[in-house]
Design a protein around this ligand. Structure first.
Ligand SMILES: [Zn+2]
Ligand SMILES: [Zn+2]
Length: 264
């Protein structure tokens, strides 16, 4: 991956841009294919179950799956934005780094292709969808009505979680495909203008990035601020300590570059 000029300049002061190795890309590509195969297999098993789920129930379950994915996206995004730094094991150089990078250079995500944007999500979802397969009875003829509904919910949830980073990327693309613009205007996926609210100021609102449906509720009840107060009361962690430091360093780096380019 070739980082942009801005990313490169920002990374001189803030070591945010990690090497995207061809080996890791191979792991991510494999994860996407395995996830797709397990997803299709679960859908096929549900198709052959003795219970069919009505159209109304299907719509309701798909909606609940999308809503749950939106909640998951908000919780993960808030946690990665707020706590820790890149030295934390496992999540530091992967999850935390990518969210820190996103605040310093919001357009970097638009330069990631499908594998780079969605491979890590597929990797995280593999044990989840594998767990659903193992939890359900081996033969779908033995599935109960509730298990048929549960598998449909799992399909909806994993589909929307898998699509979250792609949807987030579309919210930053200047001119996304027309079908995406239609879904955004119908508010079926995260609308561009709505997500820009998160990128204003200190990035402390509108954390949900799948559909954005839960943002008005979670922001109104101060869910994330109250959670931060609770965590700070029982730990030594300080909210956004690392994020604000990196944004400050990147801003200093940019002003240094512009004063070098345009000396007074
Ligand atoms: Zn953020
Ligand atoms: Zn964003």
């Amino acid at each position: 991956m070739v980082p942009s000029t801005l990313s490169r300049k920002a990374s001189e002061a803030t070591p945010l841009i990690a090497e995207y190795s061809s080996r890791f890309r191979l792991v991510e590509t494999s994860a996407i294919w395995i996830f797709a195969a397990l997803f299709a297999a679960l859908a096929a098993r549900g198709y052959f179950a003795p219970f069919s789920v009505s159209a109304v129930q299907t719509a309701l379950i798909v909606f609940l799956g999308a809503l749950s994915a939106d909640l998951v996206s908000g919780l993960v995004h808030w946690a990665a934005d707020t706590w820790g730094n890149q030295t934390w094991p496992i999540v530091g150089p992967t999850l935390i780094r990518s969210f820190r990078e996103h605040h310093v250079d919001a357009k970097a995500i638009t330069r990631h292709d499908f594998v780079e944007a969605n491979g890590a999500t597929a990797l995280v979802l593999l044990p989840v969808i594998l767990g659903v397969h193992l939890f359900m009875p081996g033969s779908s003829s033995a599935w109960t009505h509730l298990q048929s509904q549960a598998s449909l919910f799992a399909l909806s949830l994993t589909f929307f979680v898998f699509m979250t980073n792609q949807i987030h990327k579309w919210a930053h693309v200047d001119l996304p495909p027309s079908f995406v613009r239609l879904l955004q205007s119908l508010r079926l996926i995260l609308p561009r203008g709505h997500h820009q609210v998160h990128h204003r100021g200190r990035h402390t609102s509108c954390y949900c990035i799948t559909t954005g449906w839960l943002n008005p509720i979670l922001d109104r009840i101060q869910f994330f601020r109250l959670s931060e107060k609770l965590i700070q009361a029982i730990s030594t962690l300080r909210a956004r300590e690392d994020d604000l430091k990196l944004i400050g360093l990147a801003a200093q780096s940019r002003s240094r570059v512009s004063s070098d380019t345009h000396p007074s």
